[in-house]
Every structure is written in C-alpha cells, then in structure tokens.
Design a protein around this ligand. Structure first.
Ligand SMILES: [Zn+2]
Ligand SMILES: [Zn+2]
Length: 317
C-alpha cells in the first residue's frame, strides 16, 4: 500500500467530504486536518475500526491532497500550500488558479465594491511599495479614505471594465473591508494594517504578478528561501538587490550557506536589513517625519504588540 500509495487510491466519497470541509473554511493546517480526516475515515469505515486524529499521518494527508487535486484540476481548482509568514506553519487552501481569480469576487460583490478593493490592492502594492519603503500593507484609515473613487480615470478591473467606478460611502467601505476579512482575503494586524492573507497570496499570485510586475519593475517579490510571495520580512541592505527573506526563513537560508549571514542573492552581509511589511511604515515615518497618515505613537504600540516578535531585528543602530 505504501510504495505507490498515490496511484492505487481513487477519488471517492471520502475525498469529496475532504473537499467539502476545505470549501467550508478559508484555510487548513495539517493539525486541523487530522480530526477532519479521522472523522471521514471513520464514517467510511466498514470494519468498525476507530481512527483517532493522531493516527492520521502526513503521508495520509498528502495522499488525500494529491488525489483530490487530480480530480479537481479540470475545474481550475487546486489545493495549494504555503508557509505562514508569521510562524512558518504550513497552510493549505483550495484556490482558483485561473489568472482572473479576482473576478470571482464579482459573484458576491458589486463592481464598485470590487473597484474599491482594487484601490486597496494598488495602495498595498504600488503606493506603499516603493524603492525605499516596502510596506505592502494599507493602514485602515488610509483604506477607508480609498472609498472615494478617483475621478477622470477608468480603473483596470476586469469586472468593472467599461464602467466608471463610483465612490463608496465611508460606511460601505468599512463594511467591505470587514467582508474581505471575513471571506479570508485580508487580515488586519494589531497595528491596524490590512495585508493579504496567505490564502489570498496563493489565490491571487498569478493576478498580482500580471497586474503589478513589468519588465523594469518587479513589485511582487518572492522570499529568496521559500520562493513564496513576501509581504512581511526583511530585505537585502543593498536596496538595489532583489534578496528578500521571511523572518522565519532566515535561519534556514543562512544554515544552507554554512551559517554565513549573507544575502542569498548578492552575498553581501545581511546586517541591519530593512524591514518588509508594516514595520517599514513606522521606520519610514521616524526617519522621514510625516510621510504617513495619522500620528499614533508607533513606539508605544511596538512593544508588546508582537508577542512572538522575531529575533533581534537590530533596533536601528
Ligand atoms: Zn520564505
Ligand atoms: Zn542582496
């Protein structure tokens, strides 16, 4: 059973049940999958054997994922996995892999609401993603201000093509932001920044690259270690270098280089590496004074806000 475990397993009711449980939640980790798979196996079991969550192995899980993926690929669906940028937990999600996946929002939201979401994404990946400062997030106050549609230019969102997007009211913008969180696209940090969730990054990967990258400017960048899109972590101290590392990928990347703490791309010392993510906004504000929006004390919130806060990200010398 074990040597070619994949091919002798066929898609059946248990995979269908597994797919159902994936559909009902935005993401799944291996630990969360164990009780689900145990319950499915028990429901299907003919021999009255009682499967415990602890009996479910990673091999069982990956076999389930592989068999299900083979069955759903004709529908442009795929179970993908990525590492959490917060703690490196592996996260699985059912994603639509067609490059226009953002238009699926159109089934549940109006064109004006989607145009608003597009303005939020533009803020994350264009306005707040510059040579000096890769914030890749949008502060909630800034996001609400985006309720107002720009005049005189048509936005490029498939679902709104041809129509001029209308402004949302502040309260409907706020409701839409909450809906994006509830539907698993945005997450709101303790310091009030919206970013894309791991699931959104997986699902929108092709669309993001297509929308924001061009030949001279790659605004969507990958972690040099895990190769997933990076929206929080660190960047090479040489601002011209493409080297980026998730905080939790750093150790692994350096270990692979015989513990040389150097950029995996240009090999320069990875010393005082500037942050990628919302920390870049607070850092920016401190050094450039007033580039950002509202003025809440960043230092007061920084301590304690991030309990599991990484290693010793050099407090600006
Ligand atoms: Zn990484
Ligand atoms: Zn570098």
């Amino acid at each position: 059973m074990s040597d070619n475990g994949e091919s002798d397993e066929v898609y059946n009711n248990s995979h269908r049940a597994f797919l159902q449980s994936l559909l009902s939640r935005a993401t799944l980790t291996f630990e969360q999958a164990r009780p689900v798979l145990a319950a499915i196996k028990n429901a299907q079991a003919q021999d009255g054997r009682d499967v415990q969550p602890a009996d479910i192995t990673e091999q069982d899980f990956s076999t389930f994922v592989n068999v299900t993926n083979a069955a759903i690929s004709p529908f442009d669906l795929e179970i993908r996995d990525t590492l959490s940028q917060h703690d490196r937990t592996r996260i699985y999600a059912l994603v639509n892999v067609s490059s226009d996946s953002i238009t699926q929002l159109a089934t549940t939201h109006t064109p004006d609401e989607i145009a608003f979401v597009k303005r939020c994404l533009d803020a994350m990946f264009e306005t707040n993603n510059t040579y000096r400062s890769e914030v890749l997030a949008v502060r909630s106050t800034e996001a609400v201000r985006l309720a107002k549609a720009p005049t005189g230019q048509t936005q490029h969102v498939d679902a709104t093509q041809g129509a001029q997007a209308q402004s949302l009211t502040m309260s409907s913008a706020q409701r839409m932001l909450q809906a994006m969180v509830d539907e698993g696209w945005f997450e709101l940090s303790k310091r009030d920044f919206y970013t894309l969730t791991p699931r959104a990054l997986m699902e929108l990967r092709a669309w993001l690259v297509e929308t924001y990258n061009d030949e001279e400017d790659e605004r969507i960048r990958n972690c040099s270690a895990c190769k997933a899109i990076i929206t929080m972590g660190e960047r090479c101290p040489d601002l011209d270098c493409t080297g980026r590392l998730h905080t939790h990928c750093k150790r692994m990347a350096f270990r692979a280089q015989n513990n040389n703490e150097r950029c995996p791309v240009c090999k320069k010392d990875w010393k005082d590496a500037p942050p990628v993510g919302e920390k870049a906004a607070t850092q920016n504000r401190r050094s450039m004074n007033g580039a950002g929006a509202s003025t809440r004390s960043p230092t007061a919130q920084m301590d304690g806000a991030n309990n599991s806060q990484d290693e010793s990200t050099a407090d600006e010398g």
